[in-house]
Design a protein around this ligand. Structure first.
Ligand code: LLP
Length: 427
C-alpha cells in the first residue's frame, strides 16, 4: 500500500519524508516514487499469477535502472519496445531471457541486438517482420523464440489513441480474413524462428474484463485452428497489459488477484472446450504497477482568477512532464500538500508554464481559496506515462525521479540541466 500520509499540520509525507523537505532537497517539479508501494504491487501481480504464468512489466510506462532491479528482485519479467529500453534493461542486469521485445517497426539493428543478447522472445508484429527476424536470426546462427501479435477485433472501451485491437490501426496481424493463420503458417516454416505463442494486447486503461474475455476466446480459437492444421499446440499465450488504475475517485480498478483469476478461468474454460492443453499465460501490466506509486510535486506560481469562470493556478512544470491531459483528455486530481487550510474550496484549473493554452495538468479541481505562490501541490498517479513521455518542449528541463523508502530518498533519474540541453546542440 502507498506510504503517503498527512501530518496533523497538513504536510504530506511519502516513505516517511515530508514533501517540504523533499522539495527543498530535490527541487520542483519532481516525480516522487514510493519504492515500497512499487515493490508490493509488482509482487502482488507476481503472486496472483503464480508459477504457471509470467508477468512482464511494460517498461514503456516508466523505466529506469533502479526499476529494472526492483522488478528483477521481485521476480518479474520485462517487456521492452525499443533499443533504448532494451539497453536500459540489460545494463541493469535483467537476464535477457526474461525480456520480451515488442514494437511495430523494430529496426534491423534493434532486432540484431536483441537476438545477440538472447532475449526470451520477440513479438512479431507483421508479415515483413516474420521474414526479417527469421533472416537475422539465421544469419547469426540462432533460432529465436517468437510470438505473433494478432489483433482480435475487440473495441476496448478506452481513448481511441490507446485502444489497439480494433482493425483500423497499426499494430499486429489481423485475425480477420485468415491473416493471423497465414502468419503462423509462414512462421512455422522458417528455420530461424521458434514460434512459442500468440500475443494480444487490446488497449490501455481498461476496467471491463469483457474485452479480455473476447480476446482470450479468439486467441484460443486460433490455437485450436493451428493444432488442427499443423498438429502443434503452441505452449504460450500473452494477453498484454491494459488494466486501468484510479486517476480520480470515479475509477474503480480491479486487484491483480481478481484479474489473474478471471484470465486463468477464461483461458482454461476455452481450452477445455477446444480440447487443448492450457497454455502458459503471460500478461504485461505497466500502468497498473507503476501508475499509482508516484506523484508529481509542483510549486504554485502565478494564480490568476478569471471572474465567473475559474482560477488558473500555474505550476513550475506542465505538459512537458505530463502530456496525458493534453493528449488524452485524461483526468487527474490535485491536493495542497505543504500545509492545511481552512479556506473555502475554489474551482481551479492547474496549468503549466508552456506556451500553449492546452498546457493543462488538471482540468477541473478544487483547491483552498487561500492558495498562494510558493505552496506545494501534488498530482497523484503520475507514475505511468508521465516521465516516460516527458519532453523538452520550450527547452524545459525534465524533472527528476526520486525514490523514497523508509525515511530515505534517492534520485534514480536526475533532473536535466541546461548543460544537458546544450550538449545535444552541436551546431
Ligand atoms: N503490452 C503492450 C504490447 C502494450 O502496447 C502496452 C501499452 C502494454 C503492454 C502496457 O499497457 P498498460 O498496462 O500500461 O496499460 N501512453 C498511453 C498508454 C499507451 C500504452 C501503449 N501500450 C497513456 O498514457 O495512457
Amino acid at each position: 500500500a502507498s506510504t503517503v500520509t498527512r501530518t496533523p499540520d497538513g504536510v504530506v509525507s511519502v516513505g516517511g519524508i515530508e514533501v517540504t523537505r523533499l522539495a527543498e532537497e530535490f527541487g520542483t517539479p519532481a516525480y516522487l516514487i514510493d519504492e515500497v508501494d512499487f515493490r508490493e504491487r509488482a509482487r502482488a501481480w507476481r503472486t496472483a499469477f503464480g508459477e504457471d504464468a509470467d508477468v512482464f512489466y511494460a517498461g514503456k510506462a516508466f523505466l529506469s535502472r533502479a526499476v529494472v532491479r526492483w522488478l528483477h528482485e521481485e521476480g518479474l519479467n520485462l517487456d521492452v519496445c525499443s533499443g533504448g529500453e532494451l539497453t536500459t534493461a540489460l545494463s541493469a542486469g535483467m537476464p535477457a531471457d526474461r525480456i520480451a521485445f515488442h514494437g511495430n517497426n523494430k529496426s534491423v539493428d534493434e532486432i540484431e541486438t536483441a537476438i545477440r543478447a538472447g532475449v526470451g522472445r520477440i513479438v512479431l508484429d507483421s508479415f515483413q517482420e516474420i521474414v526479417r527476424v527469421a533472416h537475422i536470426a539465421q544469419s547469426l546462427g540462432k533460432r529465436q523464440r517468437v510470438q505473433i501479435r494478432i489483433t482480435v477485433g475487440v473495441e476496448a472501451h478506452t481513448h481511441e489513441f490507446i485502444a489497439t485491437a480494433h482493425e483500423d490501426q497499426k499494430f499486429g496481424v489481423p485475425l480477420a480474413g485468415g491473416q493471423a493463420a497465414e502468419a503462423v503458417r509462414r512462421a512455422l516454416q522458417l528455420d530461424g524462428l521458434e514460434l512459442i505463442g500468440i500475443h494480444s494486447h487490446i488497449g490501455s486503461q481498461i476496467f471491463d474484463m469483457s474485452g479480455f474475455e473476447v480476446a482470450a476466446h479468439r486467441v484460443v480459437g486460433l490455437l485450436k485452428d493451428i493444432r488442427d492444421e499443423h498438429g502443434v499446440e503452441l505452449p504460450e499465450i500473452d494477453l498484454g497489459g491494459g488494466l486501468g488504475i484510479a486517476y480520480t475517485s470515479a475509477d474503480d480498478p480491479r486487484e491483480p488477484h481478481e484479474i489473474a483469476k478471471a484470465l486463468h478461468e477464461i483461458v482454461s474454460r476455452e481450452c477445455e472446450a477446444a480440447k487443448l492443453r492450457t497454455p502458459r499465460i503471460s500478461v504485461e501490466p505497466g500502468r497498473a504497477i507503476v501508475g499509482p506509486t508516484a506523484f508529481t510535486l509542483y510549486e504554485v506560481g502565478t494564480i490568476k482568477p478569471l471572474e465567473n469562470l475559474r482560477t488558473y493556478v500555474s505550476v513550475d512544470g506542465g505538459m512537458s512532464d505530463n502530456i496525458r491531459t493534453a493528449l488524452y483528455d485524461a483526468e487527474y486530481s490535485v491536493a495542497l500538500v505543504s500545509r492545511t487550510s481552512e479556506a473555502a474550496p475554489m474551482l481551479v484549473r492547474v496549468v503549466g508554464k508552456h506556451c500553449e493554452s492546452g498546457d493543462i495538468v488538471v482540468k477541473d479541481a478544487f483547491l483552498p481559496a487561500d492558495l498562494a505562490p510558493g505552496d506545494l501541490i501534488a498530482v497523484p498517479a503520475t507514475g505511468a506515462y508521465c516521465r516516460s513521455m516527458a519532453s523538452n518542449y520550450n527547452h524545459a528541463l525534465r524533472p527528476p525521479v526520486v525514490a523514497v523508502r523508509e525515511g530515505e530518498a534517492r534520485v534514480i533519474v536526475r533532473r536535466e540541466t541546461e548543460e544537458d540541453l546544450l550538449r545535444l546542440d552541436v551546431g
